[in-house]
Design a protein around this ligand. Structure first.
Ligand SMILES: *Cc1c(COP(=O)(O)O)cnc(C)c1O
Length: 372
């Protein structure tokens, strides 16, 4: 049985004529940089996420960097986030000369633990970046309350969570700025790199746009230091075409996750824990087992693709040792890094495939490991 971790080709083939026509329109227009499709997609995405503004950029990583620049993060400032995230969350902090201050995650959601944030605050803290990991929202009410109490800004890393909802609100528009990635394998994926920043604050929206376009409102008049980070017109045309389907795709993923839940219940593996007020969009379906590396080997022998997001928490990565953290500082993140395993998750999985995957997991867990 041939199973894929992600299946971008089948999804494309289902809507090929529409996508091909959208790409051709851009080519025919010759407007490859900031063509009208960019503005159309920004408008459509703002409507979808229920934010006032959406500003395109070249990637989710750039979205984070531009957001931090717009909020005035300078050398010496401190930015709080979790060590259990994709590296982009942290590298953008460090590129601006700021210090990444880590806070451990919650055992069940794997997102930043709000009850541990206040003890990490100093006079230099400027921003908190909650990451909505795997597509499940972080505990935003508590985080927003901390930000109000201490005058901090919130950048939501919604790189994996477009369309996820916290108490009925789409993530990205809850904090000051939300950052979205359209990396091809994300729930709404481009055919290359692309990203977006969303906000409800008009001043911030202006600043985000300014920074993404070389800091220039008018050509060759540079008000602030910016960068070249535009949303490519062809990518915008593709994304605007795909946006119509994203709710349907989220629902397919949610049904796939529910099927995994059913097939793996009582297997001994620890399954994703979704808080009742969250709408999880299952960018990943991630289980936890004690003998994770053994399970990985066993799945590999059966040609079942899977992935480890993420095998080493960022405070223990060589590039970020400079902040002086040690093994044992963030015990939950460190344990998760040894236990997590993401199973195939996309819109094209069949019941037979899910049964085959679940049987392989069950057999291994029941023969080999103690319950996590
Ligand atoms: C994908 C992702 C990013 C970065 O997005 P790119 O578009 O690949 O630059 C940032 N944060 C998280 C949590 C992500 O998953």
């Amino acid at each position: 049985m041939k199973i894929q971790m992600v299946d971008l080709i089948t999804q494309y083939e289902r809507i090929k004529p529409e996508i091909d026509a959208a790409i051709q329109r851009v080519i025919d227009s010759g407007q490859f940089i900031m063509g009208k499709e960019v503005y159309e997609f920004e408008k459509a995405l703002a409507r979808y996420l229920k934010t006032r503004y959406a500003i395109g950029c070249a990637s989710g990583t750039d979205a984070l960097q531009i957001a931090l620049m717009a909020l005035g993060v300078d050398p010496g400032d401190e930015v709080i986030t979790t060590p259990f995230t994709f590296v982009a969350t942290v590298e953008t902090i460090v590129l601006l000369g700021a210090k990444a201050v880590f806070v451990d995650v919650e055992e069940d959601t794997l997102n930043i633990d709000p009850s541990k944030i206040e003890q990490a605050l100093t006079k230099k803290t400027k921003v908190i970046i909650p990451v909505h990991l795997y597509g499940q929202p972080a505990e935003m009410d508590s985080i927003m309350e901390i930000s109000r109490k201490h005058g901090l800004r919130i950048v939501e890393d919604a790189g994996q969570a477009i369309g996820a909802e916290y108490r009925g609100r789409r993530v990205g528009g809850i904090g000051d700025i939300g950052c979205i990635s359209f990396f091809p394998s994300k729930n709404l994926g481009a055919f290359g790199d692309a990203g977006m920043m969303v906000t409800n604050n008009s001043e911030l929206a202006d600043r985000l746009r300014l920074i993404s376009l070389h800091g220039a409102k008018m050509k060759y008049s540079h008000d602030v230091v910016g960068l070249n980070s535009r949303l490519d017109t062809i990518q915008a045309a593709i994304l605007n075409t795909k946006l119509k389907y994203v709710e349907e795709w989220h629902e397919v993923r949610r049904r796939t996750a529910a099927k995994y839940d059913e097939l793996l219940k009582d297997s001994g593996a620890s399954l994703p824990h979704v808080r009742p007020h969250n709408r999880h969009i299952f960018h990943q379906y991630t289980i936890r087992v004690k003998n994770r590396d053994g399970l990985s080997k066993s799945l590999k022998s059966k040609e079942i693709p899977h992935a480890i997001y993420y095998p080493v928490p960022l405070h223990l990565q060589p590039a970020y040792k400079r902040f002086g953290y040690r093994e044992g500082d963030f015990p939950i993140s460190e344990r998760l890094a040894k236990e997590v395993l993401s199973l195939p998750m996309h819109t094209e999985l069949t019941i037979a495939q899910l049964e085959y995957i679940a049987t392989a997991v069950r057999e291994f867990v029941q023969e080999n490991v103690v319950v996590s």
